[in-house]
Design a protein around this ligand. Structure first.
Ligand code: PEP
Ligand code: MG
Length: 930
């Protein structure tokens, strides 16, 4: 626990950090009043703040059992001061207990009419089941007879007593005391053993068969066991029980479960938990009592129907424990399992009406879907909890749209109600979450392509294609992928690689297609020759089934059930319209084919931010152009190269023209060839022979030429603009393909807006050189084709740190900037973008880095370079158009950063366009709030 302010071991502050001055320590609620309210979650925790709101807000004043909340500041004090309480707390608790007594007419510790309380935790953010609760506090030898007299139910009282002893000894006397018994030897287990023994001796099947007499015996044996185990008795004094419970709740903030949950959820240790002390109400007092949970709308579908379940004569824990099948509260909540059961509406119509009215008032007041807990004690309804309800993606969108239409919320709020992850659920099939929860993954890698997929393992791209042709679903498992695998990647349901990071070839391609993909799964050993993949002690062979969760990077053995993507895209597009009305930042797509361009347009992209010319040499139909490109690459003389370029030209023009056409009226940023050329040189003997023949040279000569192209550091080698400098004819040919396409479209009456982008630039002379070539070709094409000037822009990518430093100079030439944050991150960090799989997992786990900088912009470091680039660029050219086309362009936190930094647009793969639209809208609303 580095830099902990709440050090457990020493029980004292870890540093000399000045303790914060503590404010009001206890907040009362009940009797139509409350000292706190919903806005005070930081101080009162979520549960305490909402109890106060329900109990005390004028529009609600709901029947909440009275109680009080001890603040999170007290928790922090407790941990900073050797587990002691601030001065005056005891008096405050006493005073507030008196107020509860006054409202309930009962007295804590009284022999005749005793008050019992619950003591529950409640942090700012819900941490389900991670901290402790103790019920029935206040039951002692002295108060038991009074309770029996009051309830006329001896069995009920002893059942409550045995629950108290169990919970208290487990939570307070064992866990909070730091005792860690051997597996299965904990006090709770031992007490359960005693109960089972009695049940067995008496021939009972269930706890409910136990009589009052049995329970009395059990309680007495429980107390003996507690004394024997801890060497001290179960406290028989109400205040001792109360303070033991309060301390245990504070202690549970530093319990193992809570600590690991916080680590996963990123909840700071400094927050602390509040403690809620509340008078008990009982749903297990007979047939006129019940307990239940509900949602103000259906959390699974978003339907505007009250939804919930309940149990007659039961306590809250019975509903959760799943021993009895809960009944539906109304017809809308009926399921297959509960169709034969009577609803609350049927058996207690008046109470149901009251609950329904509360549901309506709560929704109107909170203006959100809530999750509630209630108890009915002898016909009287009590509200025990309410909080904003968790929901899945489709229902989040539905609820946001409905509430906007119902005028409960404004556009900005509707936008804030759906998280990017929830929106993503609408776009991809996913692994059934229930099945996933019950299955252990065999490996974990990086979540490179969203959604879930299942299929049979194949180890080569060719097998993927062949098997898919036979109608089989396959997952392509590779050490890593390269451009030659693209056909197989396309044919596969999903891709799994053992190496590579978030911007590796596999990740980039899969994301572009919206295909499920897990990369950098270092724990897997792939043997392509034996056709096996092993991990976690499992050896899987070709044809075995795998299931992947590409959103989390998890790999499962076998076939897990899937849940289809929600095809109800009407709601998605309606929701995106709302986002569009709110956002300021433009959203474009990275697309390389007319099909992708059209898809991006359907998803709402306002142009293409990156068309990678070289992608025409991968995948379907790429054989012919690739062959010609290869010829060009291994050409030795200018003449040879020009001949190859002439052959390549018609392919390139057709490709560019089709995309410009698909994106008519919208800008298309076309980047000149970027990757190092040797990537395209074939390896197979057959292909090399063919190429040598077509160039009329021997194989030896070809191999020599290919060897000359090899570089020891290709990412920083002869690529990008450098190719255009050494081979100006290559840039000219691309510019010609663009301008001729645009001119032809102009003649067909189709408006195109090409933006020519030069990659990997680090100084303005490079840019000037290329711009002059482009301008020359523009003049030639307009003259030759007899068209007026072709509207276009010429700009540069900013992907080398030096380019950020000299952005001022670059902007004197460039008409736009597009940040290539994949390379900028690579060169800024000095991390090879294709090799992070080997160490990134450790970097994150050991907290060397908070996040993978290839997934989300490193705002602290690379962010500075970007800000500098933006500021310096705009200094030279005020209206400079600035975009981003690295993989970060579709990642919500990075989109927000781009909004803040003054970008014109972000560009991402087509499937991420809706996410970027949402993130841009959310960034705009956040900006407003500030
Ligand atoms: C980049 O570097 O961010 C970029 C978009 O270019 P590429 O990924 O093609 O290198
Ligand atoms: Mg790049």
């Amino acid at each position: 626990m580095p830099a902990s302010v709440l050090s457990r071991k020493s029980g004292s502050p870890a540093s000399a950090a000045k303790p914060k001055k503590i404010g009001k320590m206890v907040y009362f609620f009940g009797g139509g009043k409350a000292e706190g309210d919903e806005s005070m979650k930081n101080l009162l925790g979520g549960k305490g703040a909402n109890l106060a709101e329900m109990a005390g807000h004028g529009a609600l004043r709901l029947p909440v059992p009275p109680g009080f909340t001890i603040t999170t500041e007290v928790c922090t004090y407790y941990w900073q001061n050797r587990r002691s309480y601030p001065k005056g707390l005891r008096d405050l608790v006493d005073n507030n207990l008196r107020r509860v007594e006054k409202l309930t007419g009962k007295v804590f510790g009284d022999a005749k009419n005793p008050l019992l309380v619950s003591v529950r935790s409640g942090a700012r953010k819900s941490m389900p089941g991670m901290m402790e609760t103790i019920l029935n506090v206040g039951l002692t030898e002295k108060t038991i007879p009074g309770m029996v007299e009051q309830t006329k139910n001896e069995r009920f009282v002893y059942d409550a007593y045995r629950r108290l002893i169990m919970m208290y000894s487990d939570v307070v006397m064992e866990k909070a005391a730091g005792i860690e018994p051997a597996e299965g030897m904990g006090i709770r287990k031992q007490l359960e053993g005693i109960m089972d023994e009695v049940k067995e001796r008496m021939g009972y099947k269930s706890d409910t068969d136990l009589t009052a007499q049995d329970l009395k015996v059990i309680c007495s044996r429980f107390k003996d066991k507690v004394l024997e185990t801890f060497g001290k008795p179960f406290p028989d004094e109400p205040l001792a029980q109360l303070w033991g419970s309060i301390g245990a709740v504070f202690a549970s903030w530093m319990g193992k479960r809570a600590i690991s949950y916080r680590r996963i959820e990123g909840i700071p240790e400094e927050w602390g938990t509040a403690v809620n002390v509340q008078s008990m109400v009982f749903g297990n007092m007979g047939e006129d009592s019940a307990t239940g949970v509900g949602f103000t709308r259906n959390p699974g579908t978003g339907d505007n129907h009250f939804y919930g379940e309940y149990l007659v004569n039961a306590q809250g824990e019975d509903v959760v424990a799943g021993i009895r099948t809960p009944a539906p509260i109304n017809e809308d909540s009926r399921s297959e399992q509960s169709k034969h059961l009577q609803s609350l509406q049927q058996i207690m119509p008046e109470t149901y009406e009251q609950l329904f009215d509360i549901r309506n008032r709560l929704e109107k007041h909170y203006r959100d879907m809530l999750d509630i807990e209630f108890t009915i004690e002898r016909g009287t309804l009590y509200m025990l909890q309410c909080r904003v309800g968790k929901r899945n993606g489709p229902s989040a969108v539905r609820i946001a749209l409905d509430m906007l239409q119902e005028k409960l919320i404004k556009k900005e709020e509707a936008v804030a109600r759906v998280t990017p992850a929830q929106l993503d659920e609408l776009l991809h099939p996913i692994v059934d979450p229930k099945a996933e929860a019950a299955t252990k993954p065999i490996a974990k890698g990086l979540p490179a392509g969203p959604g879930g997929a299942k299929g049979m393992i194949v180890f080569t791209a060719q097998d993927a294609v062949n098997w898919a042709k036979q109608g089989k679903k396959v997952i392509l498992v590779r050490e890593e992928t390269n451009p030659e695998d693209v056909e197989g990647m396309r044919a596969a349901q999903a891709i799994l690689t053992a190496r590579g990071g978030m911007t590796s070839h596999a990740a980039l391609v899969a994301r572009g297609w919206g295909k499920c993909c897990v990369v950098g799964c270092g724990a897997l050993e792939i043997d392509v020759h034996q056709k096996t993949v092993s991990g976690a002690g499992e050896i899987l062979r070709e044809g075995d089934w795998l299931t992947l969760n590409g959103s989390k990077g998890l790999v499962y053995k076998g076939e897990l059930p899937m849940r289809d993507a929600d095809e109800g895209n009407k709601e998605l597009s309606e929701f995106l319209k709302v986002c569009n009305a709110v956002r300021k930042l433009g959203v474009r797509a990275n697309a390389d084919t007319p099909e992708d361009a059209a898809r991006a347009r359907r998803f709402g992209a306002e142009g293409i931010g990156l068309f990678r010319i070289e992608h025409m040499f991968y995948g379907k139909g790429s054989e012919a152009p690739l062959f010609k490109l290869r010829k060009m690459i291994v050409s030795k003389t200018l003449e040879e190269r020009r001949r190859a370029l002439d052959e390549l030209f018609p392919h390139m023009k057709a490709d560019i023209k089709a995309t410009l056409k698909a994106m008519h009226d919208l800008p298309v940023t076309i980047r000149t060839i970027d990757p190092p050329l040797h990537e395209f040189v074939p390896h197979e003997a057959e292909k090399l022979k063919e190429l040598a023949q077509s160039l009329n040279i021997g194989l030896d000569e070809l191999e020599k030429r290919a060897a000359n192209l090899r570089e020891s550091n290709p990412m920083m080698g002869h690529r990008g603009v450098r190719l255009g400098i050494t081979y100006p004819e290559v840039t000219e040919m691309q510019a010609r393909a663009i301008f001729e396409s645009a001119a032809e479209l102009q003649k067909e009456g189709i408006k195109s807006l090409p933006e020519i982008m030069i990659p990997v630039v680090c100084n303005e002379a490079e840019l000037k050189h290329q711009f002059e070539l482009v301008a020359k070709v523009h003049r030639e094409v307009t003259r030759a084709m007899r068209v007026k000037a072709i509207p276009h822009l010429v700009g540069t990518m900013i992907e080398i740190p030096r380019a950020c430093l000299v952005a001022c100079k670059l902007a004197e030439v460039a008409q736009f900037f597009s940040f290539g944050t994949n390379d900028l991150t690579q060169m800024g960090f000095g991390f090879s973008r294709d090799d992070t799989g080997a160490f990134m997992g450790d970097y994150i786990e050991k907290k060397i880095l908070a996040a993978d900088p290839f997934q989300t912009i490193d705002q602290q470091g690379i962010g500075q370079l970007i800000e500098m680039g933006v500021q310096r660029g705009r200094k030279a050219r005020k209206d400079l158009k600035i975009g981003i086309c690295g993989e970060h362009g579709g990642e919500p936190a990075s989109v927000e950063f781009c909004h803040r930094t003054g970008f014109t647009y972000v560009s991402c793969s087509p499937f991420r366009v809706p996410i970027a639209i949402l993130a841009a809208a959310q960034a705009a609303t956040k900006g407003k709030k500030k």
